[in-house]
Design a protein around this ligand. Structure first.
Ligand code: ARG
Ligand code: ZN
Length: 858
């Protein structure tokens, strides 16, 4: 059935208190849940209590202490007819965590028990009103084997513990903060902790612990540092303090997503906890810092103020992503972090917004909510709130968020509540801005700059494209930070903020004797596509001189995107290609030699636009042609700048390893330089890469070198791949890298490698990290995925069909890659579509996969 936002009704019953008793076992866990319930005066009265379930059955039901027979099943739900206004309902269920391959609810992972309840996993543990607007105070008692489960954790504070004298022990946890069921968590296992403490602004002593498997303790330091920094930052930046005496994090190898913000007990994918220089790249360090912060920040934006229903998901996710982005900007420097975040948005969210799965950041309907944990809800959601902040400034924004937290603390709120708090607290008028919550699709802004006399006139036109279910759109407010450069002295008179809120608008600027160069959407102030009428020369100017780092990066990207798009969609003769390449080379040279640039930023500027983003630029794209043009340009630049790149590689190779910015920047350009050289001179690059691999004292350099080698057909390729596997065979996360490197490789036979890897002894379809490391990497590698004979499509469709009965949530995540069929040239398009149809006709498809396939076929 389709669930609609407009159908929201409050639940007829309140559940002020919940007691859960677990008798733990890997193959059999018994759950007794006792709910104090009373009528909800704010809802329409009903004698029936409807409790959600999923794949469970009740062994017994009691009402007010009496065995009840007045209950029945309606599909997966348990219905109980109740006579009075307040009752105690107790239900016993029995579950098998070891058979739970979906990894939703209570499941077993490497001998430990853990939970994932968001969005609707709690109903796989016990019958409950499993919806975010039913808040309850939880007391949890668990008992189990002391040997198997020495550590017993749940939400809140530990109230009591003891031994039973028969080899079992127990613990009781109490969480004083009312919460929805999706924030419940339980962990039981043989774990060790990295313990520390934090004193909050008002003097609360908080015990911090990060629980991992015995051998992993040495790789938890970065996560702990990140946690402490997050706690400090949220106090200083948003005035948010922690509210319990303990904060626990547990790392789990089998996990569907990145991590989960359960109250006082965050459960994490090991990928976002474990890091040391030997086994984690600089990118991995950033991932740990960002996700630790994200989950911690949810304690306020998510837990203290939660969501009324799942259509409001962006209320907590968009806002929390913005909070973690601002935190990382403060930790690592704004320029590079902003560029990285925009790159993620454009490679993951723009394709979503322009395809069959497009939806507003606040969706109107769904079949399976798991399918809406998307880049749109998360990353575009963050951009929408960031625009509010840009329009009112950081101080007013803080007043808005203070009011929001104040007003809605302890409540299940809506996006509308957030918007209103921003209007009242930050002083914004958001009446038209609300359209960003209801309209899907990436707006396109066409920009034209005219100059006459001493006046420059900027004319802007916006178009919001039609998306499924939304044929016509209204114009939205689009805040654009702009600057007009004097092309002779290379400077500007200050940045301005203009807000385009009409279909078409002009803005005039006086005092320009000659025509200025326009820098627009600085800092990526609005999540839109800009189509600007600008010459290559002006782009070269901006790529060399713009003082806004994002705009500078953007000029370079634009220059290359324009060229590659033209080159791969016909009509570029050798002369024109040569001219475009010369402009690019001019900007590239400025970037290589600019001594005022730090290497981190240099690395961003040197980066070629990704294939996915390039494909996205064309209505109907030919992946092979774009790939070849991109490789052609890379080889041309590599040859032209061979000496400069080799010199750069030598310079940065002398920089010692640390997590300081200069050292990280050195590693970034080191591998970039190698990649360009590899395209131009394979023999030289292979030698340099092998040397970089051998000399590496950290994973960034080693993986970078191996990445370059993996793309080359050289004997060193197999030797180093073998070495890497042997060296790190006992480290799951590094073996994941080994799979991903080969699946995302530019090697001409990448697809054959992927097929072979599927039969590798280390491949395990039940482990989401491993599945993603092979198949997500492959599906995101257009040159391999779009193999002309359709083999890549078949591979992904076969995977979806095999994985769907095991882990539907993860299986459904592969559908969007095939869903791009309308935007690919006709031959491939037909094959992609045929694979989607083959999936749709399969029997017993999960709701997750069915919904994505049906929407993709349109
Ligand atoms: N709330 C989590 C986060 O943003 C994501 C959990 C989603 N899990 C899921 N199975 N859908 O960090
Ligand atoms: Zn989140």
């Amino acid at each position: 059935p389709v669930i609609r936002r407009e159908d929201y009704q409050p639940f007829p019953w309140l559940v002020p208190a919940t007691r859960l008793e677990f008798t733990l076992g890997l193959a059999k866990t018994i759950v007794v849940s006792t709910l104090q319930i009373e009528r909800n005066p704010a809802a329409q009265a009903s004698a029936v209590l409807r409790l959600d379930g999923d794949g469970i059955s009740a062994a017994s039901v009691t009402v007010d202490g009496q065995e009840s027979s007045g209950w029945e099943m309606d599909g997966d739900s348990l219905l109980l007819t109740l006579p009075g206004d307040a009752h105690e309902v107790s239900i016993t269920t029995e579950i098998d965590p070891s058979a739970n391959t979906q990894l939703m609810g209570l499941y077993a992972s490497n001998g430990m028990l853990c939970t994932q309840c968001e969005a609707e996993g709690f109903r796989r543990i016990t019958f409950f009103p499993d919806r975010p607007d039913v808040l309850s105070t939880y007391t949890v008692r668990m008992a189990g084997s002391q040997a198997d489960f020495p550590v017993l954790l749940s939400n809140g504070n530990k109230a009591a513990e003891g031994e039973n004298g028969d080899g079992t022990h127990w613990a009781e946890w109490h969480d004083p903060w009312p919460k929805p069921s999706y924030l419940f968590a339980l962990v039981a296992g043989d774990l060790v902790a990295n313990a520390d403490s934090f004193t909050t602004l008002s003097g609360r002593e908080v015990d911090l612990a990060i629980y991992v498997r015995d051998g992993d303790l040495g790789r938890t330091r970065h996560a702990m540092t990140s946690l402490i920094k997050s706690m400090e930052w949220d106090e200083q930046t948003f005035g948010r303090e922690y509210d319990l005496d303990v904060f626990n994090i547990v790392a789990v190898s089998d996990f569907n997503m990145g991590a989960m913000e359960n109250k006082g007990l965050n459960v994490f994918n090991t990928k976002y906890v474990l890091a040391d220089p030997e086994t984690a790249t600089d990118g991995d360090f950033d991932g740990v810092e960002g996700v630790i912060a994200h989950e911690y920040f949810h304690n306020w934006s998510g837990n203290r103020v939660t969501c009324r229903d799942w259509f409001q998901l962006s209320l907590k996710e968009g806002f929390t992503v913005l909070r973690d982005q601002l935190f990382s900007q403060d930790m690592q420097g704004e320029a590079v972090k902003r560029i990285e975040d925009v790159r993620i948005l454009r490679s993951a969210q723009f394709p979503e917004d322009s395809g069959p799965l497009a939806h507003p950041i606040r969706p109107d309907s769904f079949r399976e909510i798991s399918n809406f944990y998307t880049a749109t809800v998360y990353n575009k959601g963050a951009e929408v709130i960031r625009m509010m902040r840009t329009m009112c400034g950081p101080e007013a924004f803080r007043q808005g968020t203070d009011l929001y937290f104040d007003r809605h603390d302890g409540e299940a709120a809506t996006c509308e509540d957030f918007i209103r708090a921003m209007e009242d607290g930050a002083g914004l008028d958001l009446s038209q801005f609300r359209l960003w919550y209801s309209q899907a699709g990436t707006p396109r802004v066409d920009i034209n700059l005219e100059h006459s006399g001493d006046t420059a006139t900027l004319t802007l036109k916006q178009t919001v494209p039609p998306t499924p279910g939304q044929p016509g759109k209204k114009p939205m407010p689009i805040p654009l930070r702009i600057a007009l450069f004097d092309r002779d002295n290379g400077s500007h008179e200050g940045e301005q903020l203009i807000v385009l809120d009409q279909p078409e608008q002009s803005f005039s600027f006086g005092g320009f004797a000659s025509s200025p160069v326009l820098s627009v959407n600085r800092g990526f102030s609005a999540p839109v596509r800009i189509a600007r009428d600008i010459s290559d020369d002006d782009l070269v100017f901006l790529a060399a001189k713009d003082d806004d780092p994002f705009a500078r990066y953007e000029a370079m990207q634009d220059l290359i995107v324009r060229h590659l798009t033209a080159a791969s969609s016909d009509g570029l003769d050798d002369y024109a290609r040569e001219a475009a390449r010369r402009s690019i080379a001019q900007a590239f040279e400025a970037i290589l030699t600019d001594e005022t640039l730090d290497d981190s930023m240099r690395g961003e500027l040197m980066m070629l636009p990704g294939l996915t983003y390039l494909l996205e630029q064309q209505q109907v794209a030919d992946p092979t042609r774009i790939h070849e043009e991109r490789e052609g340009l890379k080889a041309w630049l590599g040859a032209r700048f061979e000496d400069g790149l080799a010199k750069l590689h030598r310079r940065v190779s002398a920089v010692a390893y640390s997590q300081e910015s200069a050292s990280r920047g050195a590693r970034k350009v080191k591998t970039q330089a190698l990649a360009y050289l590899a395209a131009a001179n394979g023999a030289l690059a292979s030698e340099m890469a092998a040397a970089q691999y051998d000399a590496a004292d950290n994973m960034t350099d080693r993986q970078g070198a191996l990445m370059v080698l993996t793309g080359l057909s050289t004997e060193r390729r197999s030797a180093k791949l073998l070495d890497f596997h042997e060296r790190y065979s006992d480290n799951e996360l590094v073996v994941d890298k080994w799979f991903a490197l080969q699946a995302s490789s530019l090697h001409p036979e990448a697809i054959e490698h992927v097929k072979a890897l599927a039969d590798h002894a280390d491949f395990n379809i039940r482990n989401p990290n491993r599945v993603r490391s092979l198949y997500m990497a492959f599906a995101a590698n257009p040159h391999a995925f779009h193999a002309a004979d359709g083999e890549g499509y078949r591979l992904i469709a076969d995977l979806i069909l095999e994985l769907d009965p095991i882990n539907p949530q993860t299986a459904a995540r592969f559908v969007p890659s095939l869903g791009r069929w309308r935007r690919i040239e006709p031959k491939r398009s037909a094959m992609m579509r045929a694979e989607l149809e083959r999936i749709r006709s399969a029997k017993n498809l999960s709701r997750d996969t069915f919904e994505q396939v049906a929407r993709s076929l349109g």
